[in-house]
Design a protein around this ligand. Sequence first.
Ligand code: SAH
Length: 230
Amino acid sequence: MRFDIISVLPELLESPLNHSIMKRAKDKGLLEVYLHQLRDYATGKHKQVDDYQFGGGAGMVMKPEPIAACIEQLMSERNYDEIIYTSPDGQCLDQQLCNRLSMKQNVIILCGHYKGIDERIRQKYITMEISIGDYVLSGGELAAAVLVDSIGRLIPGVLNDETSALFDSFQDDLLAPPVYTRPAEWEGMKVPDVLLSGHEKMIDDWRHDQSMERTKARRPDLWERFQNGV
Ligand code: SAH
């Protein structure tokens, strides 16, 4: 899968996408991420990418021309399945959406800044608008990093244990059960006996029960979905 990320601050994305699982995915050739500095597509002496807002008011707006030039350049090189704009007013990211997006081949992510981007870019190019939660970031880069990480780890072969993503929280509308490692007793607290029993069926049942208990207690909305099987 290939991501092309358009940003005025691509440096912000270098560290999160170059370590751990994301790095491994890239090294294995399963994930490609290209960062594009929007300013390189701006014209004029000052390479301006933002301008005052029509109608007045505080805050700058990202100009349409450099964004269009960058997207057009990318679109002339390959076909894109989605052109995503990270935005607080977009569809809220969840595991189902990550699953769907992990099937795509080529995806552009456009990171906004300031007050956001000129609305006409959204009308002309953007195929999907995604929010990572009901709060406002100062730029789209952290949202882009969240997207690439949460989608990238679902690409088959990225995680070492092929099945491990299947048991993460949300995959089946249930939260994950508690996990323990050594020592078996720490500060007077013992790991539940069943996990030390070596009895696979009992362990699976225990984990499933714990997942259900946790979901019921913490996320009644997910619990309802799980029960209704939707
Ligand atoms: N004025 C806008 C916020 C602009 S914040 C509004 O009120 O909706 C600047 C940029 O940060 C946005 O263009 C977007 O790309 C990014 N951003 C902020 N919050 C985000 C969120 N919750 N999810 C995804 N991107 C976000």
